[in-house]
Design a protein around this ligand. Structure first.
Ligand SMILES: *Cc1c(COP(=O)(O)O)cnc(C)c1O
Ligand code: SF4
Length: 339
């Protein structure tokens, strides 16, 4: 039998800058997105007001993983600005997790023992409707602003910090050169033992894991963990698998954190599929987060009783290491709070 040779995914070079082109080329017009999916009839539910507050932005590769003609597609629901967002909801605010109070310097947030989070940049390749970022573009609150000087000085002075988390925004939306500049400055700090990166780019813009990024990761002086943010099994495809394979090839530990979102992943099949699909790509589940109560996101909420029932069903079904921890972030706590 003659079969087509499989594409040599891992060894082919991933050219620099292709990801920047793909990023610029993202879909930004809700009507264009609906037309691409054959869902013009949904236009009446799109809110121009919500889109003005926090614009639609979604890379075309991610759109290609949405089901054509399905108004309930779980990927579409994460990005489409809907009227639901503009309905007021009590208990939903602007700073849902107390980031304001935990700021210790420009772009530095310290909430938990041993860890310092750097808001490395305010940019993301995708705008997720449930995200706190809709109210904080973080344009002048990033650690990159003054060339990392103040952020690095803070971490150097605090000998209790063992792990730096690069977050944002999406830290991998920075250039390879900018990332190397930061880790070069951190590399001389003797008490740092681990580096962690929180990024949705391996999933939403897998082209980002280019040769230069892979080389940067492989050359870092600490063990590196990358927490991808995937909420549904359909977010994975061949290009994502290849990107994750490149990250593993650079020696990076891969974890996933998801948010429990009504209409996206709030059923046992979707949650089990997410764990299993991620694991097939080399990713272990880490956290399943209850939604941060951010204004405009109330229609995604799953109540705690249902969340616990779903989580118990997941634990009864999957291998222990495929069950993420169900947590909520509570301002003032010493860590994520288990439910
Ligand atoms: C979530 C978070 C962390 C990481 O917590 P882990 O439980 O170690 O994943 C660190 N710093 C801040 C500010 C956080 O919000
Ligand atoms: S920070 Fe994460 S959840 Fe928020 S918009 Fe960016 S990728 Fe989406």
């Amino acid at each position: 039998m003659i079969t087509a040779a499989p594409e040599p995914r891992q060894s082919a070079p991933w050219p620099a800058l292709r990801w920047q082109q793909a990023w610029r080329d993202a879909v930004r017009d809700p009507r264009e997105l609906l037309a691409l999916l054959g869902l013009e009839t949904l236009a009446g539910r799109v809110s121009d007001e919500a889109a003005a507050q926090f614009p639609l932005r979604v890379p075309r590769g991610f759109v290609a993983r949405m089901r054509h003609g399905d108004p309930h597609d779980p990927l579409l629901r994460q990005v489409l600005p809907l009227d639901d967002e503009m309905r007021p909801a009590t208990g939903y605010g602007l700073d849902a997790v107390g980031d304001g109070a935990a700021r210790t310097g420009p772009g530095v947030i310290q909430k938990y023992r041993g860890r310092a989070l750097l808001v490395a940049t305010g940019s993301c390749a995708i705008n997720c409707r449930y995200c706190f970022r809709r109210h904080f573009p973080y344009s002048d609150e990033t650690a990159a602003r003054d060339g990392w000087r103040e952020a690095v000085a803070l971490i150097r002075a605090d000998t209790g910090v063992e792990e730096v988390l690069l977050s944002g925004g999406d830290p991998l939306s920075l250039s390879n050169a900018k990332l190397a500049e930061l880790t070069g400055a951190l590399a001389g700090i003797p008490h740092l033992r681990r580096l962690r990166i929180h990024s949705r780019l391996p999933v939403v813009l897998p082209e980002r894991i280019d040769d230069g990024l892979q080389a940067w990761l492989a050359g870092l002086p600490w063990p590196v963990t990358l927490v991808i943010h995937a909420n549904h099994a359909n977010e994975f495809d061949d290009t994502v698998d290849a990107a994750l394979g490149r990250l593993r090839g650079a020696g990076v530990h891969l974890l996933n954190q998801a948010v429990l979102l009504r209409g996206v992943n709030d059923d046992i099949e979707a949650l089990a599929d997410l764990s299993e699909r991620g694991f097939a790509a080399g990713v272990l589940p880490y956290y399943l987060h209850q939604l941060d109560r951010v204004a405009g996101s109330a229609h995604f909420e799953v109540d705690d009783a249902r969340a616990k029932t779903l989580h118990a069903a997941l634990a009864a079904r999957l291998s222990g290491y495929l069950v993420p921890r169900l947590v909520r972030e509570v301002a003032g706590d010493t860590g994520k709070r288990p439910l």
